[in-house]
Design a protein. Structure first.
Length: 251
């Protein structure tokens, strides 16, 4: 069964701005899908729709209309790693990671010992074990990104949505994040991520969706969709596709 199916999805903001028009594609279970496109192409809007933030009858999640799910039901299936998040309170890393357990808790219910263990294991997986009592306000940019991923891992969803996961990272933390996401994908997690880093997409994605002006320019397996002509059209600047060893590079 497919994770997501989108059938001619369109979305207009209350201001009248048309963000998406007739967007159709499938996210296969276990795939890793890169959303490519310039600023304003509709990538972030699309992620919001897949989270159910703007109910849309043209999207199904595991064969069921997304609008028919409750919020906690969606949270058990889909987790979001935002591009960034403002930390307004001085939570510890463990306390913050425990927010990922919210879809499994009743209203006003405190996390259990099992929830705490799941959160600790998530911190361990991203390399932040040993810092669980540290304040989130002390984090570096790379640690901040790892914590957002840890919270999503603690959510134990089948699908992980990521909005520009490497946009503010230096090369070392970019590589660390790439390795972490590859590991999650190899364990069966379905990934859908937006990115301006086409080489990050080439390293992680099995499939690609190209968005231009809120419309699909191309969608499918990355080796079938991505080429110099398509990238040049997408970004309106000359692009090339080559290889170094076994690695595809785009420039």
């Amino acid at each position: 069964m497919n994770a997501f199916e989108l059938d001619k999805v369109s979305f207009t903001y209350p201001s009248g701005t048309q963000a998406l028009t007739d967007v159709s594609f499938v996210v296969e279970e276990g795939s890793s899908v890169a959303l490519l496109g310039s600023n304003g192409a509709g990538k972030s809007t699309l992620l919001d729709l897949l989270l159910g933030l703007h109910p849309n009858g043209s999207i199904t999640l595991y064969g069921k209309n997304l609008a028919a799910y409750g919020r906690k039901e969606v949270g058990r299936l889909v987790a979001l790693v935002p591009q960034s998040e403002q930390f307004n309170f001085s939570f510890t890393l463990l306390e913050y990671t425990l927010f990922g357990r919210s879809p499994y808790l009743r209203q006003m219910q405190s996390p259990t010992a099992l929830d705490a263990q799941i959160a600790f294991d998530a911190l361990l997986e991203v390399g932040l074990a040993g810092f669980e009592e540290r304040s989130i306000t002390s984090l570096s940019g790379g640690e901040h990104q790892l914590l957002l991923i840890a919270r999503a891992i603690a959510q134990q969803s089948r699908i992980l949505l990521l909005d520009e996961p490497t946009s503010a990272l230096d090369p070392a933390n970019r590589r660390r994040t790439l390795s972490l996401l590859k590991g999650l994908h190899s364990k069966g997690k379905t990934l859908l991520f937006s990115t301006h880093d086409v080489n990050f997409a080439a390293e992680l994605a099995t499939h690609v969706v190209m968005l231009k002006g809120g419309r699909i320019l191309g969608a499918g397996p990355i080796e079938e969709v991505v080429n110099a002509q398509a990238l040049t059209t997408l970004y309106e600047t000359e692009m090339q596709v080559g290889t170094i060893g076994s690695q595809t590079i785009m420039y």
